[in-house]
Write a protein that binds this ligand. Structure first.
Ligand SMILES: [Ca+2]
Length: 468
């Protein structure tokens, strides 16, 4: 263990699938910089989100609790002011905490007209430097330093951005009217580089960089929109017969855009554009790592890379997330700290995104707060076969479908989901059916399996009863 505290970079993307990394064996997508982080660290191939939607997942990441603990089951609510976060712990340990880009720990749309008005909220969650941006859709209605810059440029950039979005009522892939330089992920990447270059405090720093992409609406700009040839794009998992028996929120995009517009051509086009957006972010991650190296940080640098949830991207005839299918709940998760975390290692342990907080605390030699419900991954760095947990838990309530709470439990072999009445609606044998084509919930021969998984689900919920 290095005795000097490392600088920490937490790099996150919004809505990036677990399989969308070059180092995960993707057949088309190239992510050389993310691959480099993985080569210098440990990549968790089976990591899942504890909620397949923005705000609950992000709140859970910073407080290591599940949605049923912190109360945010959807993109609504706020983190309680006295809720200790990973950043409070780092601050107590002497860190200067900076946030650049999308945080989304409170509602962006309709609550404030400019994100700078919420800096006291962010400060109360442990951040010392705050430069927030909205995700793509909230940018239509909520201003930020990014939209200020667009307006300052005087080229009607903000107007062009809004007009473009207004014309995307059906699912489509089309380059943003913004240049590569002005595109939101370039803005976030550039601000992160500038922060690193100008950092002059005599404190270790934890810099959280939140990219708003590759979240839809599939508007990667300029050359990135043309980087991947649609005809080379791997096809989606087809819809299956059982799909129509699933709850409405599983069948349909929460924003109600009809799935019928998802033709094979559109799916190839949105996939190609999504990959282009990931490549744009990957290029910026390369520049951020270079800036850190120029500053001498790479002598002792911890890097965490993760995403809040996946993206169906045409799988099962649907886009976006909010379901418990693999494409939606599995996320990339990489931790790197050369000399401490084993390099070029993959682990298939059943990690959850709430494990990062206790892992970072453990690696820094800090006491893990007892209320953290995630598990430290550090025993896996010494012994990759060390048992972690038997099942992963994920929760969501989709507001536009009456907010019914849904809970999932799963591992590499099985997956089960039910609603708040305890009615099971999803049961997959992932070993026999990795594409989740045969829902066994109504299969009399699967009753015993369903009962076992429901019991495991209840056990996990009993183990995680902390209430705010
Ligand atoms: Ca998200």
């Amino acid at each position: 263990m290095n005795n000097k505290p490392p600088n920490i970079l937490i790099l996150m993307t919004d809505q990036q699938r677990q399989d969308c990394l070059g180092c995960a064996g993707h057949s088309v997508l190239k992510t050389p910089n993310l691959d480099r982080i993985a080569a210098t660290g440990t990549r968790f191939t089976e990591a899942t989100t504890v909620s397949p939607v923005c705000m609950p997942a992000r709140a859970s990441f910073v407080n290591s609790l599940y949605p049923h603990n912190h109360g945010m089951w959807w993109n609504s609510g706020e983190m309680p002011p006295d809720d200790p976060t990973m950043f409070h712990l780092l601050k107590e340990a002497g860190y200067f905490n900076a946030h650049i880009g999308k945080a989304h720990y409170y509602v962006h749309e309709g609550v404030t007209d400019h994100l700078k008005n919420r800096e006291p909220y962010m400060r109360a969650r442990g951040f010392d430097y705050i430069h927030e941006t909205t995700g793509p859709f909230a940018t239509l209605v909520t201003r930020s330093y990014m939209t200020d810059e667009w307006e300052r440029k005087g080229e009607r950039l903000y107007r062009a951005f809004k007009d473009d979005y207004a014309s995307r009522q059906v699912i489509t892939a089309r380059p943003s009217p913004l240049s590569v330089e002005d595109y939101s992920d370039s803005y976030v990447g550039r601000k992160a580089v500038e922060f690193i270059e100008s950092y002059d405090k005599n404190q270790p720093v934890c810099l959280f960089v939140g990219f708003g992409g590759p979240h839809d609406p599939w508007d990667a700009p300029g050359e990135y929109a043309a980087m991947y040839e649609p005809s080379s794009i791997p096809p989606p998992i087809p819809p299956s017969e059982h799909f129509k028996s699933l709850p409405k929120h599983v069948q349909t995009r929460p924003d109600l855009t009809p799935n019928e517009s998802l033709t094979p051509e559109i799916i190839r086009a949105i996939r190609a554009n999504y990959y282009g957006n990931i490549s744009l972010i990957d290029d910026w991650i390369g520049k951020i790592l270079q800036a850190a190296a120029r500053k001498g940080w790479d002598d002792n640098l911890m890097v965490v890379f993760w995403s809040d949830h996946g993206e169906l991207l045409g799988d099962h005839g649907r886009t976006m997330k909010c379901t418990f299918h693999e494409s939606s709940v599995r996320v990339p998760l990489v931790l790197s700290w050369p000399g401490v975390i084993p390099h070029n290692v993959t682990s298939d342990a059943l990690a959850e995104i709430i494990d990062v907080f206790p892992t970072v605390a453990d690696l820094l030699g800090l006491d893990i707060p007892t209320r953290c419900l995630g598990k430290s991954l550090t025993p896996l760095f010494a012994n990759p076969d060390c048992p972690l947990r038997d099942f992963q838990l994920s929760e969501i309530a989709v507001a536009v479908w009456n907010g019914v709470r849904n809970t999932m439990i799963g591992n590499r072999k099985y997956k089960y989901a039910d609603d708040e009445q305890g009615t099971g609606y999803m049961l997959f044998n992932l070993e026999a059916d990795p594409d989740e084509q045969r829902n066994l919930i109504a299969d009399p021969e699967a009753r015993d399996l369903e009962n076992i998984l429901r019991e495991e689900l209840l056990k996990r919920l009993l183990e995680a009863q902390y209430t705010m």
